[in-house]
Design a protein around this ligand. Sequence first.
Ligand SMILES: Cc1cc2nc3c(=O)[nH]c(=O)nc-3n(C[C@H](O)[C@H](O)[C@H](O)COP(=O)(O)OP(=O)(O)OC[C@H]3O[C@@H](n4cnc5c(N)ncnc54)[C@H](O)[C@@H]3O)c2cc1C
Length: 640
Amino acid sequence: MTEHHIVFIGGGPRTAMILERISANRSLLEDTALHLHVVDPFPAGAGRIWREDQSPLLKLNSRAADVSMFTDDSVQCLGPARPGPALDQWVQLIRDGQLPDVPALLETDPLLRAEVVGLASGDFPTRRLQSCYLRWFFARVQASFTAPDTIEVHQDTAVDLLPGQRTHRVILASGEEILADQVVLVQGHLDAASDADERTAQLAAHAAGSDHLGYIAPGYTNDIDFQDLTAGTEALVSGMGLAFTDLFVLLFEGRGGRFEPTESEALEYIPSGQEPKLLVGSRRGVPYHSKIRSSTIAPLTSAYLTEEAIIQLHRQHGELDFFAHIWPLIAKETGFFYYRELFSAHREHVKGSWADFHAAYDSVSWYSPERSSLIAEFVPPEHRLEFEQLEFPLPVPRPLRAELAGAQLDAMVRSHIEEDLRLRDSPDHSQFQALFFGLLRSFVTLPLVHELLSQEGRTQLASWWPGFFSFVDSGPPAHRLHELLALHRAGFIKFLGPETSFGFDDEQQSFRAETLAGPIHAPWLIEARLPTTGISTSNDPLLASLLRRGLITEEPGGSGKMHITSLRQVIGRDSKIYRWLFATGAGVGRFQAGAFSRPHANSAPFADSDALARELLSAPKTMSGWELAGSIAEHHRSIA
Ligand SMILES: Cc1cc2nc3c(=O)[nH]c(=O)nc-3n(C[C@H](O)[C@H](O)[C@H](O)COP(=O)(O)OP(=O)(O)OC[C@H]3O[C@@H](n4cnc5c(N)ncnc54)[C@H](O)[C@@H]3O)c2cc1C
């Protein structure tokens, strides 16, 4: 029996999912003892983002019913489905006393215990509860590997990887070395090196040289120390995405403030006396669209963004462009979901019948005058779907009246959030839920599309789609927006509006926001976002070493992400493919499927993890052939 060692660098949810798929597909590799190693300084299964040791106020961005680590029959993958409980079902099993291996923390931690007692399927769980689910899942996967297989966790950081002829050495910060036949880089979101970006370094230098200025560079909010941001201090905040939500949770409720219900739906903020004052703006000027409360009644079946349609486009055009070929199809598909629901559930908002509308809709393309006329005929303006308006919802009237401009922008943002909540935090506008599903369905199709895109098309997809998708489909739970409005009413948050940019004012020696109403100054600047880190700008020592030695390279197109093959093998200098070195996750190129998955939705991460697991198990059998081919190629190069 041969021995085969696979080392995973990173032990977050993605690694846990791949390990489960290795277990499910284990029979692919016969007569071999499989030795799996997981390296991560944070607890395996949860990793850094989902570790239990974090604020109990931070929440998952999905409902408990929408998070599962288990495959089901909906998943289109070659390996066998191995069903198991989604997060809400898992909690129910605990409540019913049906889960034999309840994590100890759930018995001893009063906050988690209370959460388990009260959690409903539609609730947004805390990250700490998700941490318990992930670690329980990991332990279960671990137990599924039995002798002669082993799985070992190394609570450490990988700092280098030295390739050998057949086996490779993974070097850990502690000095320990692990021998590997295959290595999988699953390092998730990477932190940026402090000198990675000149602008950030300069802003930090301004703050460092002063005793009253403060600057927070992009980072994972939970890991940032805000102690020096004292009560009453004004801070400009750049960014209104999910990092901003974490920020206001930690700075207000996290410092002892609380929200109380009022007679209306609005919340009242009761201060702790420790509040800073946040002046927040961004390119769009508004937070991500709220999560949606309604349920759809119309069927959610694809009509336009189908495999056949994509293959047909490919036959017609060859390599595809994302904006010219794919986006119009996504728009039409999502529009179809939206209007079918509008005609089915809210007939009072439309004129004419679905049958007539559908017959005409079928033959028009999304970006055509015919589509505009059709919608104008059947749907009044307030119920029409326009993606451009959805993406930039705050058209600012120009010119603004100078003396009122700041207050006007602030009020516009507030009204937008109120309207967003009216439409999305209500059971009465299910067309937005259908819109949500339309985009989600498109997301699942994108791995197929990616392979058929031109380089330019891939760059378009990578640079635009994730931001747009997150803005519309991955916004905060509605209660966070209610909290934001309460903080705004209490005077602790002010909105600066869209098209705001941030920098330092040398003359005034303070940070400056350039808003549509003119400049605003404050002693602090907080960049509320994750760093957009590529492999050459990350602070990870392993990646720095691999890059220096040419084992990894950036993918073409300027994303800064790692270049890999469609089999997720790393492509090094001179286009050399390392067939034993794999990579997946946020810092890696090609289309990335994300991590958490909805049950019964053929979610992309499952199929993606299954394919990688099968590749890992199949590769050893063909390894020697590849190595032979590799060494022949190398021989030819050396004599050429
Ligand atoms: C703040 C935040 C909130 C999020 N919220 C959600 C959400 O609500 N829902 C959702 O679906 N997704 C969310 N995400 C997306 C997130 O990417 C996924 O949920 C998931 O964590 C990705 O899993 P992963 O294993 O690929 O990466 P990660 O979870 O990032 O795990 C990667 C692991 O690799 C380890 N690592 C990195 N380098 C090394 C090294 N050199 N040596 C050893 N270990 C190393 C890290 O310590 C880390 O534990 C969120 C992301 C962030 C940053």
